[in-house]
Design a protein around this ligand. Structure first.
Ligand code: AHR
Length: 320
């Protein structure tokens, strides 16, 4: 009797969708292995992915990895077991994906990378990647500083993103390329703030202690949230970010525009949180004709300054 009740319960649950991963209503099922919620940008990307999925009638199953690759690998295996139609993966770090993505390929489940790239010798492991050019983002940030300093020296402290992640590696590289043209601009300290406000605030406090408040000309942070943490640390130390100390960061979240409006920040390079829109589109096209989509769909990277901060803040405040 107990077994029968269990079987009946399973049958009822399966009407809602199980086994082959497809719901009784025929919706496309997409599993999304998301990194976590380390930044305002990340939370916006999750929110937007859900909104777009709802609008398109996609059954989106999100798994939050809490910044851990092993949780992402488990989630992908779970999605394969559910027989989802496709997997979106925002890879926390760039290496170590070949084996699990090989499993997805063996199960004929296409994988689309969102916002971060991976290092692999077999790019057939994923259908496409929707990301910005993260080296270019760093270059845009560095070029602004080079132009702004106009030949004057500048001691920069850098707060990096998550160690081993593609944006941390590449944003460092691009910024380095840009400042190579200006011998007076040097990175005097560089440490990871793991893309979070709290960690970056601690890192900035240690930089101030080590360098002395008066010896820091600019802060380059690999995302806006870390810059907000650094701004807090500078203000608590009696420094004046945005005027005495230049700030350069990446993402374009509402809080950085607010900081610009308050005179506490100088520039940001925008990263759109809408990675899912192009990903769903290319997936839909691929499901129709199985023609390979572009391997890389590049999203724009535009520099923003305080002149347009109020307008940008108003545009974004409800998106995030
Ligand atoms: O991969 C994109 C980066 O990840 C964003 O710049 C950052 O805010 C997030 O945590």
């Amino acid at each position: 009797m107990k077994a029968l009740t269990g079987a009946l319960a399973a049958l009822v649950l399966c009407l809602g969708g199980c086994g082959d991963g497809k719901k009784a209503d025929g919706k496309m099922v997409v599993g999304f292995s998301q990194i976590g919620s380390e930044s305002g940008w990340r939370a916006a990307e999750t929110k937007m992915t859900r909104q777009i999925a709802d609008a398109k009638g996609v059954d989106l199953r999100i798994s939050d990895a809490q910044q851990r690759q092993e949780n992402q690998i488990k989630a992908i295996r779970g999605f394969i077991a559910q027989g989802v139609d496709a997997i979106f993966l925002a890879p926390v770090v760039s290496t170590g994906w070949d084996s699990v993505l090989g499993e997805a390929r063996a199960a004929h489940i296409p994988v689309v990378l969102l916002d971060r790239s991976i290092e692999t010798r077999d790019d057939g492991l994923y259908l496409s990647a929707v990301t910005s050019d993260t080296v270019y983002e760093g270059k845009v940030a560095g070029d602004w500083l080079v132009q702004h300093m106009a030949g004057k020296p500048c001691r920069v402290v850098e707060i990096q993103g998550t160690v081993g992640s593609s944006p941390a590696t590449n944003r460092k590289k691009g910024f380095g390329q840009a400042i190579a043209a200006a011998p007076g601009i040097t990175i005097v300290r560089s440490q990871s703030g793991d893309f979070t406000r709290a960690k970056a605030k601690e890192v900035m406090e240690s930089f101030i202690k080590a360098e002395g408040a008066g010896n820091i000309c600019a802060v380059y942070a690999h995302n806006d949230d870390m810059m907000i943490g650094a701004i807090q640390a500078m203000k608590e130390a009696g420094m004046k970010p945005g005027s005495q100390v230049l700030t350069i960061s990446i993402d374009g979240v509402p809080d950085i525009f607010k900081a610009m409006m308050d005179g506490d920040a100088n520039v940001t390079v925008e990263l759109t949180p809408n990675m899912a829109g192009p990903a769903f589109d290319l997936l839909a096209a691929w499901r129709k004709d199985h023609k390979a989509p572009p391997k890389w769909v590049q999203t724009p990277s535009k520099l923003y300054t305080p002149e347009t901060a109020a307008a940008e803040y108003a545009k974004r405040k409800d998106m995030y």
